[in-house]
Design a protein around this ligand. Structure first.
Ligand code: ACO
Length: 428
């Protein structure tokens, strides 16, 4: 195969090199396009055909349903690793040995106190505030309370910022939930594992001990691993682009949280549950909603189905589907919402509209069901996604900084008015 692509503009041919990744993905390197063509650019709304960077973190093949972090398959990681090991792997590139993992965990624990004044900010939010908005604000506020973590250049400074956010973020997540439930804010227990501590911080009642359920720890560990990274999706691209202005890790993560909030991205897990509840309220007629989803005059979409990249199946959905079955049967949960979910899944998998468009259940279709089984309120689902995605955002931000990527600044094709004279207000 030739290692060049030719683009002809206004009768002039220009050659551009091809870039080939380690999994043989090929891209046309158009870095010089504007220069050699005298200002011609490309247009690709939604970036469906645009690679924004080279990255050594996550590989996914949407056609084949493959997802790997640093070369390790998601199936193997979900089965054999825990979330903190996966976080280390994503951020530093290799699986940690026991000493490295212990040091990483102890550095995180040393940074797991959040300034008491952050509670005042949290207190100022109404109870009705959406937890994603609260989390984005509190994460952004961390910048003010940790000014040394803002302008980081060296790897040491980056490490300090990384362990800080990994220590404080779960506290903010737990506080966001506790505020919603009207429970006193708590700091958890340093003697516990990372994920165990998260569960305790979230669910401990003030007047009783908290018994950790191994089923819940295992389910949450798996869920967080499955969400830990997904290459250049909307929120990760946001983190990289905000970070490319050297705005700092906490500000970049806060922007990523806002991007994740939307129902077409991380907010889909909340939207799935709300959709299932609405179907139940409306008599549980799944066929009616299947028809609505297929009707082009109806804006309704089947939440939790389809994916921008996976056009075969979502490998995370396969893993989480069996985890969902396990958790719900272990916890003895019977829920009419689940029956509706199962009917929709079966109908969609056998429906021409969905089959033709390769619309399969995605990870969010099942994750919401597990979160509900765990007793997490629906509005908190996307916050749980953010908790899982944190190591991915961090690793992508770190890679972008270490590769000294330029500030993200796309071009546009202007389609507005041409130059026109100003019209005085009395003549308009
Ligand atoms: N229900 C019904 N029809 C759908 C759905 C759906 N969930 N998703 C896509 N389609 C249809 C579209 O109407 C379109 O049909 P057409 O070709 O006849 O016009 C076709 O399938 C292609 O859809 P696009 O929107 O072009 O696909 P895109 O790749 O841009 O969108 C997305 C992917 C946003 C995920 C979409 O499938 C969707 O909205 N799904 C529901 C929301 C959801 O579950 N999001 C979570 C994504 S996973 C994550 O963020 C972790």
């Amino acid at each position: 195969m030739s290692n060049k692509a030719t683009i002809e503009v206004n009768g002039q041919k220009h050659e551009f090199p091809l870039v080939t990744g380690t999994e043989n993905e090929v891209a046309i390197d158009i870095k010089t396009l504007r220069g050699v063509t005298g200002g011609v650019t490309t247009i690709d709304p939604g970036y469906k055909n645009t690679g924004s960077c080279e990255s050594g973190i996550t590989f996914l093949d949407g056609e084949k349903g493959i997802l790997r972090y640093r070369g390790y398959s998601i199936e193997e990681l979900a089965e054999k690793a825990d979330f903190l090991e996966v976080a280390y792997l994503l951020i530093f590139g290799e699986l940690p040995n026991q000493d490295e993992l212990d040091k990483f965990h102890s550095d995180i624990k040393a940074q797991s106190i959040v300034d008491e004044d952050v509670k005042k900010i949290l207190d100022a939010f109404p109870k009705s505030a959406h937890p994603m908005g609260v989390l984005a604000s509190l994460t952004s506020a961390l910048t003010a309370f940790n000014p040394t973590s803002v302008n980081v250049d060296s790897e040491d400074e980056m490490y300090n910022a990384i362990v800080r956010i990994l220590g404080k973020f779960p506290v903010l997540v737990a506080w966001t939930l506790r505020k919603k439930k009207g429970l006193p804010l708590d700091y958890g227990d340093k003697s516990l594992g990372y994920v165990e501590n998260i569960l305790k911080m979230m669910f401990k009642q003030p007047n009783e001990d908290y018994d950790l359920s191994p089923i819940l720890v295992n389910a949450l560990d798996k869920l967080l691993i499955l969400h830990a990274d997904h290459e250049q999706n909307c929120s990760t691209s946001t983190v990289r682009i905000v970070g490319s202005s050297h705005a700092g890790l906490f500000a970049s993560i806060s922007a990523g949280i806002s991007a994740l909030w939307g129902p077409l991205h991380g907010g889909a897990n909340q939207a799935v549950l709300e959709m299932l509840e609405a179907i139940k309220e409306d008599g549980g007629d799944t066929k009616k909603y299947m028809s609505k989803a297929k009707d082009k005059d109806d804006p309704f979409r089947l939440m939790g189905f389809g994916h921008r990249v996976y056009k075969n199946f979502d490998p995370r959905a396969k893993i989480i589907k069996s985890a969902a079955d396990e958790v719900l049967s272990d916890l003895g949960i019977e829920d009419p919402i689940l029956d509706i979910a199962k009917s929709l899944e079966q109908e969609a998998l056998n429906d021409d509209y969905f089959v033709k468009r390769k619309l399969y259940p995605n990870v969010d279709f099942y994750s919401g069901i597990i979160y509900r089984g765990m007793g997490i309120p629906t509005e908190m689902f996307t916050v749980m996604f953010a908790l899982g995605r944190l190591p991915g955002w961090i690793s992508q931000w770190k890679e972008m900084r270490l590769r000294k990527e330029p500030i993200g600044r796309p071009r546009q094709i202007y389609t507005g008015e041409n130059l026109r004279p100003f019209v005085d207000i009395k003549n308009r």
